[in-house]
Design a protein around this ligand. Structure first.
Ligand code: CP
Length: 310
């Protein structure tokens, strides 16, 4: 089989600018013009949905999205494949590529495993969350922003919380849009890894965007468009520091943040733990578009599946 050159989505960086534009435009179009319609571009295709970790949104978004596009789905849980009994990932991919048209996989492990799964021309692989990145979350988030603001150009986003896989994909995606200002406030010891920051700053050289990170909550930027947070215990991870909550506590998103950014929208990738990373007043309040953001995961997933087959 031929090694695949494109159409895997394992990192946001796998997408050329035109691919990114296509997925965002199509996601907005599906969410605004054709909500809940049954479409047929994936008619006859078989989409594998392989989740080794828990998921409500991403798994449902890709499953429902694939069905709405006319595909059939096969679901694999954490104990279903012979990898559990020692079969190699390479052999698993070789077999699946002869039977499945697109594989959507949440391993929560290294991206290398996803690259092995995506080594075959016939079967594009979509990263539904790995330890390093959550690219389909960022695509749904940017779809939501584009639907709300019309353009991403010049948007100012304040990210508060752990520099986790969602933060990494957001930084890698937002940094590609002209004039975007992304400010991350991450707890000390829980920031974005240096390699991701460096890649995001490389993007900024081309786009005139900016990505800044600090490890405190002093001197917050005024008048931001969006405040974004994620839950403190990212799916599939644990923290070695027993006292991590003390470190995270100053980074809770509360209504006081709106004193300096009164028009800011609030975004959260969900699932949420009210009164951990965000107060219930904010999450359930008028600024919150967290559930619109969650619903957009399906339209964005449909756009990703169409792109995989294009
Ligand atoms: N945001 C997100 O990835 O949600 P799930 O873990 O429920 O898929």
């Amino acid at each position: 089989m031929v090694k695949r050159a494109g159409r895997n989505l394992i990192s946001i960086s796998d997408l050329a600018d035109a691919d990114l534009e296509f997925i965002l435009d199509r996601g907005v179009e599906l969410s605004t013009k054709q909500p809940r319609r049954q479409l047929g571009p994936l008619e006859g295709a078989v989409v594998g949905i392989y989740f080794r970790k828990t998921s409500t949104r991403t798994r449902t978004a890709f499953s429902s999205g694939a069905l709405r596009l006319g595909a059939h789905t096969i679901a694999f849980g954490p104990d279903d494949l012979q990898t559990v009994t020692g079969e190699s990932v390479a052999d698993t991919a070789h077999v699946m590529a002869g039977m499945i048209d697109i594989l959507v996989a949440r391993t929560a492990g290294s991206p290398e495993e996803l690259r092995q799964l995506g080594a075959h021309e016939q079967m594009p692989v979509v990263n539904a969350m790995s330890s390093a990145e959550h690219p389909t979350q960022a695509l749904a988030d940017l779809t939501t922003l584009r639907a709300r603001f019309g353009t991403l150009r010049g948007r100012r986003i304040l990210y508060v919380g752990e520099g986790n896989n969602t933060a990494a994909s957001l930084a890698l995606a937002l940094s590609r849009f002209e004039g975007v200002e992304l400010e991350l406030r991450t707890p000390p010891g829980y920031g974005l890894d240096e390699a991701t920051l460096a890649r995001a700053r490389d993007n900024c050289l081309r786009s005139s965007a900016s990505v800044r990170e600090r490890h405190d909550m002093a001197e917050l930027p005024h008048g931001v468009d969006v405040v974004y947070t994620t839950r403190w215990q990212t799916t599939g991870t644990t923290k070695s520091d027993a006292d991590w909550r003390t470190t995270f506590r100053p980074f809770r998103v509360e209504s006081e943040l709106w004193e300096t950014s009164s028009d800011a929208l609030f975004m959260h990738d969900l699932p949420a733990h009210r009164e951990d990373e965000v107060s219930a007043e904010v999450l359930d309040g008028p600024a919150s578009i967290a559930f619109e953001q969650a619903w957009n995961k399906m339209y964005s997933a449909m756009a990703v599946l169409e792109w995989c087959r294009s």
